[in-house]
Every structure is written in structure tokens, then in C-alpha cells.
Design a protein around this ligand. Structure first.
Ligand code: PHE
Length: 341
């Protein structure tokens, strides 16, 4: 049988090398548990002669106290170390530089659509929206586009099915409005459009337009010209002049394209990059609503006339802010986006 000194020496070595609270607990059971070595020693006392019992008992009890003290001291050391680790893990470095959360901004396209819409809302127009997936009927037929009109071609238009497509312009909203509202009608409709274009500096297969439609009794081309001239001045500046150039759209008659005077060179520089020396920049298409379109809405074409216009949002934003590549709008590079708000 081991002497108390031997047991103590062994316990001391083992406790010293124990490095977790669980390992220390295991040692406590090994020495002081019901079947522990120290417990066994104390129990063995019963078999001793009475004269031996006293000194042995004192030794054994001292051993028990010493081992208890060893274990307790070690648990204390480990608990303190654990606390230290926890504190280290939870340490907050108050000298660390703060994280910067950049505020978001509206996208240039949204800003421009809001600006265009705002000008017309102050003229009493209300905003209406149409779906990006349209019927072929609303996008072409109801807009008086002949069956052989080139814009209907598969190579110009994204068809979903034979009867549905990604709208090529916002003009189908004219049809939806005429079929659901009675004159006086005064709406604008901003939204996305899609054409099968290969992306380059001025083309994108997805782009934005703002459509306008006004229908009432006695509306003339003079109203159209006055409205769009006022729009150009509000959008680009009071010094802006406008020019109406004859054009063709199936759904307006007569039709025109509207140019604004070149705000880069004012028409004075033959080599101007923006107007190419012409002094004028095209900003939109427009015209008097074709009677065939009014008839789709069931309107009496002797009583009602109207005008419509459609403008490219990207183009207007590019002209206004001197942006020279349409692709910048869609790349989501915050060095670009963050310049406008
Ligand atoms: N929808 C035409 C286009 O996309 C623009 C337009 C709208 C022209 C309304 C006339 C009237 O080019």
C-alpha cells in the first residue's frame, strides 16, 4: 500500500499537470471520491490496532486536507485563467477607427425621371404606369403600326410568346389609358423599355422612357409645342430654344422630333462633340394622337384631339450632365453613382 507521502507526491504532480477544470475534477474523484485513494486510506484505519490508529488517522486526515487544498488552488488558478481568456476575447479596442456607412443615393436615372415627372406634375399631369411585359396588340397594333413595320421584327424586339413581348417603348401606356379613362386625359408614364440592341456608348437593350398623353376637346399642335418648349426650358434652362422637325410615327399624325439648342456650344462650334456642329440635339418624339389610336379607346374623333410625346431618360440625363457612355448607368460603379444626388 502507498504511504500518505507517496500519495501526496503523486497527487501533487498530477494536479500540477492538469490544465482544465474537468481534469482537476477527475483527480478530485480519483483521490477524494467514494472509491478514491485517500478515502480508501481513511477506511483502512478500522483494521488497525488502537495505538496505531491515532497517528495514522492524523496523517490520513492531513493528507485529505492537503489534497483538497491542492485541488482547490488549481481550480482557482484555472478559473482565473478562463476569465482572462474571456476578457481577452471580449476586448474592445477603443482606438480602432470607426466603420463608415455610406448613405445611399438615388440613381441618376431615378433622379432624372423624378425631375421630368415633377415638371409635368406641376402642369397638372398625373403619373400612371404600365407593365414591362406587354401584348403585341398594345405595343404595335393598337398604335397603328402596320403589320410590316420594321420595329415589329424579331431582330428588333424581345418576344415572350407570339402575342406578348418586352415593350419597345412606353407608348402602349397610351393605349391602356385611352381604354380605361375618359377625357380630359393628362398623364405621364415613366418606365423601362427593351430593344434588341448591342450595347455601345449610346445603345442599351434596356433603357427608360417617359411617355406623355393629353386628350381633350380642342387640343392643337400649338398646345404640344408650348408644353414641350416649356418642359425644355424647365429641364435644361430658360435660355433653351426648341425646334420641331417633321418625322414619322405610326401612332401620331403629324409627328415631329424635338431638338433643343446645343447647350455645349450653342451652335457656334462646327466640331462640337455633342451636336456635331448642327447646333441642335434631339431629345424626344411627339405628335398629335392618330385618330386610329383614339378610336381604340372608343373616342369620338370629331370631338376629341390630343397629343403624345415620348422621351429617352438616359439620353436626357447624358445631355444634361455631360455623361458620354450610356453603359455607365448600369455598371453600378459607386464612383459614378455617388456623383449625383
Ligand atoms: N414611342 C416613340 C419612340 O419610342 C416616341 C413617341 C411617343 C413618339 C409618343 C410620338 C408620340 O420612339
Amino acid at each position: 500500500m502507498k504511504t500518505p507521502e507517496e500519495i501526496f507526491a503523486e497527487a501533487k504532480a498530477l494536479v500540477e499537470s492538469a490544465d482544465t477544470p474537468a481534469a482537476v475534477e477527475e483527480l478530485r474523484i480519483r483521490y477524494l471520491g467514494k472509491k478514491g485513494e485517500v478515502t480508501a486510506l481513511l477506511k483502512s484505519m478500522g483494521g488497525l490496532a488502537p495505538e496505531e490508529r491515532k497517528s495514522f488517522g492524523m496523517q490520513a486526515n492531513k493528507l485529505k486536507q492537503d489534497v483538497e487544498a491542492l485541488l482547490e488552488a488549481k481550480q482557482g488558478v484555472l478559473a482565473e485563467a478562463g476569465q482572462g481568456l474571456r476578457l481577452a476575447a471580449e476586448r474592445i479596442d477603443v482606438t480602432e477607427p470607426g466603420r463608415i456607412y455610406e448613405p445611399g443615393t438615388k440613381h441618376m436615372i431615378t433622379i432624372t425621371m423624378d425631375e421630368i415627372s415633377g415638371i409635368f406634375m406641376r402642369l397638372g399631369y398625373s403619373i400612371t404606369e404600365g407593365p414591362e411585359v406587354e401584348t403585341v396588340f398594345n405595343n404595335f397594333d393598337a398604335l397603328n403600326a402596320a403589320p410590316d413595320h420594321p420595329s415589329r421584327d424579331m431582330s428588333d424586339t424581345f418576344y415572350i410568346t407570339e402575342d406578348t413581348l418586352l415593350r419597345t417603348h412606353t407608348s402602349p401606356v397610351q393605349v391602356r389609358t385611352l381604354m380605361s379613362q375618359e377625357p380630359p386625359i393628362k398623364v405621364i408614364s415613366p418606365g423601362r423599355c427593351f430593344r434588341t440592341d448591342t450595347p455601345d456608348a449610346t445603345h442599351s437593350p434596356m433603357f427608360h422612357q417617359v411617355e406623355g398623353l393629353l386628350v381633350d376637346e380642342g387640343v392643337t399642335m400649338a398646345d404640344l409645342k408650348g408644353t414641350l418648349d416649356l418642359f425644355a426650358k424647365r429641364m435644361f434652362g430658360e435660355e433653351m430654344r426648341t425646334r420641331f422637325r417633321p418625322h414619322f410615327f405610326p401612332f401620331t399624325e403629324p409627328s415631329a422630333e424635338v431638338d433643343v439648342s446645343c447647350f455645349v456650344c450653342g451652335g457656334s462650334a462646327p466640331s462640337c462633340r455633342v451636336c456635331r456642329g448642327s447646333g441642335w440635339i434631339e431629345i424626344l418624339g411627339c405628335g398629335m394622337v392618330h385618330p386610329n389610336v383614339l378610336k381604340v379607346g372608343g373616342l369620338d374623333t370629331d370631338r376629341y384631339t390630343g397629343f403624345a410625346f415620348g422621351m429617352g431618360v438616359e439620353r436626357i440625363a447624358m445631355l444634361k450632365h455631360g455623361i458620354d457612355d450610356i453603359r455607365l448607368f448600369y455598371e453600378n460603379d459607386i464612383r459614378f453613382i455617388g456623383q449625383f444626388y
